[in-house]
Write a protein that binds this ligand. Structure first.
Ligand code: IMP
Length: 234
């Protein structure tokens, strides 16, 4: 049986990564009272989805589809929202890219820590003068939405990109992953020197989420579910 009796659309954040949830949640909670944002942890779901695709798009969709298949029976209307992110370094021909989480070499069966990946990147870039890089996030949506006829399915991806430079050493303690190495030129700061609010005002993840939200608003307007657009970014 569905868990909610109302017609709100449940958006499940299809990630077990608490650092991502910390950024995604405030970005999404502002969109519309039509949406109810929940995490896998709040639903008591522990699942490890192996990222087997070779692109960010492929892995983001794979995660969104897996969580939708697992949980859609619990809700009248639901969207699974997944994010896959890569740091693409120009001098490394786009590496670590889709392998950003598994960049540093570690023993079989183990996953490198954020710190190990950061040190490995600095090691790979030792002596390199071209330090240009970009962070790219693909957000995937897989869901079932209400319509005058009952319901309809959506499957969509949206992208956000931010250009920056890889610093010579770690700067700042905030954020996660490669944040201490990613300098956003317009601010003169690394992501790790920003608060969550400041990072969310300009990051690759927030740009991808904004595109995904625009898509959802359009879809909901077409189905007359969202007559008055609430601008989340004003
Ligand atoms: P995922 O495959 O999308 O889970 O992310 C790959 C890896 O990229 C993570 O393990 C982090 O090391 C890194 N990463 C993802 N998003 C960010 C970010 O916003 N800042 C810094 N590193 C990130």
């Amino acid at each position: 049986m569905p868990e909610t009796a109302d017609n709100r659309i449940t958006v499940v954040l299809a990630t077990a990564n608490r650092d991502k949830v910390k950024e995604l949640r405030p970005l999404l909670e502002r969109i519309s009272p039509l949406f109810n944002i929940v995490t896998l942890q709040e639903l008591g779901v522990e699942v490890d989805i192996e990222e087997t695709e070779e692109t960010l798009e492929g892995n983001a969709l794979l995660k969104a589809k897996a969580i939708f298949a697992l949980l859609s029976g619990r809700f009248p209307f639901m969207i699974a929202l997944a994010d896959d992110t890569g740091l693409e370094v120009e001098a490394l021909h786009g590496a670590p890219g889709v392998y950003s989480a598994r960049f540093a070499p570690v023993a079989d069966g183990l996953a490198p820590t954020y710190q190990e990946n950061v040190r490995h990147l600095l090691h790979c870039m030792k002596g390199m003068t071209n330090r240009e890089a970009r962070f790219r996030t693909v957000v995937a949506l897989k869901g079932s939405l209400p319509s005058p006829e009952g319901s309809f399915s959506i499957e969509h991806t949206a992208e956000g990109v931010v250009q920056g430079n890889i610093t010579l050493e770690e700067q700042g303690d905030a954020g996660f992953g490669y944040d201490p190495l990613f300098l956003v030129q317009s601010t003169g700061k690394t992501y790790a020197e920003m608060s969550t609010t400041e990072k969310n005002s300009l990051s690759h993840r927030s740009l991808a989420v904004q595109q995904a939200v625009l898509y959802l608003e359009n879809v909901l307007q077409q189905t007359h579910l969202l007559p008055i657009v609430t601008n989340p970014h004003s």
